[in-house]
Ligand binder design. Structure first.
Ligand SMILES: [Zn+2]
Length: 144
């Protein structure tokens, strides 16, 4: 039955979200099935709108609504400190602590020495450009 296939396809899609298990994906799927059309229409429009309006900051690679994000464009932040993080999520966790006021660079990746996995060359190039452009007195690696 095609309904079952479509249901399973949606579950598979939801399972690709970080931290979403099979059971959670099924729960979300049943939740969405029971919603009104307006809710689902609104949800899909909001996701499309978010996707269209979000970019990666040209300086730090964080998600941003503008070319240069609000962190990089904030001159009150300590311009000589750089914190290198694996993801925008990690950046946000550090920001939530209100204990760091320097700049960031988001790798969008992990370095895995054991598996000999390095970083994307474009990311390394952007990081090197930032390191040449700004004079950092302190660089913090907040990665795994
Ligand atoms: Zn930025």
């Amino acid at each position: 039955m095609s309904e079952i296939n479509e249901f399973n396809e949606l579950i598979q899609l939801l399972k690709s979200f970080p931290g979403i298990s099979q059971k959670q994906a099924e729960k979300i799927c049943y939740f969405m099935i029971n919603q009104k059309d307006e809710f689902m229409q609104d949800l899909s429009e909001q996701v499309a709108k978010l996707r269209q309006s979000l970019h990666f900051c040209k300086q730090c690679q964080n998600v941003s609504l503008t070319e240069i994000c609000s962190i990089c464009s904030n001159e009150l932040r300590e311009q000589d400190k750089l914190c290198i993080v694996s993801s925008s999520e990690d950046l946000q966790k550090i920001e939530d602590t209100n204990s760091y006021s320097g700049l960031y660079f988001v790798l969008h990746d992990e370095i895995n020495v054991k598996k000999n996995v390095g970083l994307n060359k474009d990311v390394v190039k952007k990081l090197m450009e930032l390191l040449k452009k700004k004079k950092f007195s302190e660089i913090i690696f907040a990665t795994n």
